[in-house]
Write a protein that binds this ligand. Structure first.
Ligand code: 3BY
Ligand code: FES
Length: 434
């Protein structure tokens, strides 16, 4: 269900970053010559010109995950988010929708809002006090002696925004890709039982990873490295991404346990009418998605050492803690874990070709009390540790990609979703170049 779509005004003028014609020819060849089944060539991770193209072809074109209604619950609440050179204000409106405004003052371009989040009525630029309404109209500018100044020509530029199942997505393109609606219709029934609109932020972690955004995404799309996540492996079956055909001998026992837990989870989901089936369209749609409900080890409830719940309050109208995790991966910049007791959202914000902000947000029921219903340290421990371990992994890859001896290496069977991410990415860029 779409809560609100802000009426966009197309952004005029050239894109924030541009690439020369010569660079474009070289880069096009790079994309056309990509070797399937292998990691990408070094420039994909290290070249500022490829990054500029990523900003146009991916972040300037597709629907992006930005935040959720739990972060901006009240009218006037806002967050600011940056995707490379773009900065956006995402503001909750009186009618429960969102306005998405470019955070670039129409006077001389200063950032209008400088905080990561807050609450505001009108938006006042700190430089010369030009003042905009929550819709972005310029409503006040001191104009001593001016005779020909028309405030109507200087509204903040708008981008598209929509709320789906409590998640807020933005699109910077004039004409957003249309199949996002169909993808939202896929994920809404999976997420609705967790009701994000009745959650609150328990904690948010911002990490800057010294790595290209694609390495961050690639790392998320496989569990081949999950031996490096001892905390996560207590509850997340280390067989993720394997199949009957590819499971190694040393994991056969845990594979059996996983299958039994999955069968029992699916039985409970059927009883409660909760969707659980895998929908995997990671590179076959413009808005790529994978969603499923998967069992967790131990008590099967949450990401704790014994799989037991981390918050005592169930989300939404759920009646059972033992619901594993609903896992969603969206191209190009997000992944999510929805448990019965808490939700974790992950948003990836590229900074430049070698730095990426990863924002992780833990949501609990809005009536859950810290210290009574959940302990913040315990709630966040597994994924805080996992994120730091992932940061170290992707930083090692960034260093490697910059080495003169680096050459693309082969993906294993269990890394098929990394390949799917890169298929999606290269297809989208090639479409853009065409
Ligand atoms: O975060 C995810 O979606 C999963 C779990 C661990 C690695 N990744 C494939
Ligand atoms: Fe914003 Fe001057 S740059 S008021």
């Amino acid at each position: 269900m779409t809560a609100s779509v802000s009426a966009p005004q197309p952004t005029r003028g050239k894109l924030a970053s541009s690439v020369s014609a010569e660079q474009l020819t070289e880069i096009t060849e790079l994309f056309q010559n990509r070797r399937l089944g292998y990691s990408l060539d070094s420039p994909f991770y290290t070249d500022p010109a490829v990054f500029a193209l990523d900003m146009q072809a991916i972040f300037g074109t597709h629907w992006l995950f930005a935040t959720s209604v739990a972060e901006i619950p009240e009218p006037g609440d806002y967050v600011t988010v940056d995707y490379g050179p773009y900065s956006l204000i995402i503001l909750r409106t009186d009618d429960g929708g969102v306005n998405v405004l470019h955070n670039v003052c129409r006077h001389r371009g200063a950032r209008v809002l400088t905080e990561a989040s807050g609450s505001t009525g009108n938006l006042v630029c700190g430089y010369h006090s030009w003042t905009y309404s929550p819709e972005g109209e310029l409503i006040h500018a001191s104009t001593p002696g001016e005779t020909k100044f028309d405030k109507n020509c200087f509204a903040l530029k708008r981008a598209h925004g929509q709320i789906r199942a409590g998640l807020i997505f933005v699109c910077l393109a004039q004409e957003p890709p249309t199949d996002f609606d169909q993808v939202a219709e896929i994920f809404e029934p999976y997420l609705a039982p967790h009701d994000i609109s009745r959650t609150k932020v328990a904690y948010q972690q911002n990490i800057i990873e010294e790595a290209n955004w694609k390495l961050v995404m690639e790392n998320n799309r496989e569990c081949y490295h999950c031996d490096g996540h001892p905390e996560l492996a207590c509850s997340l079956f280390p067989t993720w991404g394997l199949s009957d055909e590819s499971v190694p001998t040393h994991l056969e026992e845990v594979w059996k346990r996983n299958k039994q837990a999955q069968a029992s989870l699916e039985e409970r989901c059927r009883r409660y009418g909760i969707p659980f089936k895998v929908v995997e369209e990671l590179d076959t749609r413009i808005a790529g998605i994978r969603i499923s409900r998967e069992s967790l080890d131990g008590d099967g409830e949450s990401f704790s050492p014994d799989g037991h719940r981390l918050s005592k309050k169930l989300l939404g109208d759920l009646r059972d803690f033992r619901l594993g995790r609903c896992s969603m991966h969206l191209q190009p910049n997000s992944w999510f874990h929805f448990q019965s007791d808490h939700i974790i959202t992950f948003a990836v914000f590229p900074i430049n070709e070698h730095q990426t902000l990863v924002r992780t947000t833990w949501l609990v029921a809005d009536d859950a009390l810290e210290g009574e219903d959940y302990d913040l340290e315990t709630l966040t421990h597994t994924w805080k540790q996992t994120n730091l371990q992932d940061k170290a992994f992707v930083e090692l890859c960034q260093k490697g990609a910059a080495s003169p001896v680096y050459e693309p290496g082969p993906y294993m069977l269990s890394e098929y979703q990394v390949e799917a991410f890169l298929n999606w990415y290269t297809q989208r860029v090639l479409e853009h170049l065409a």
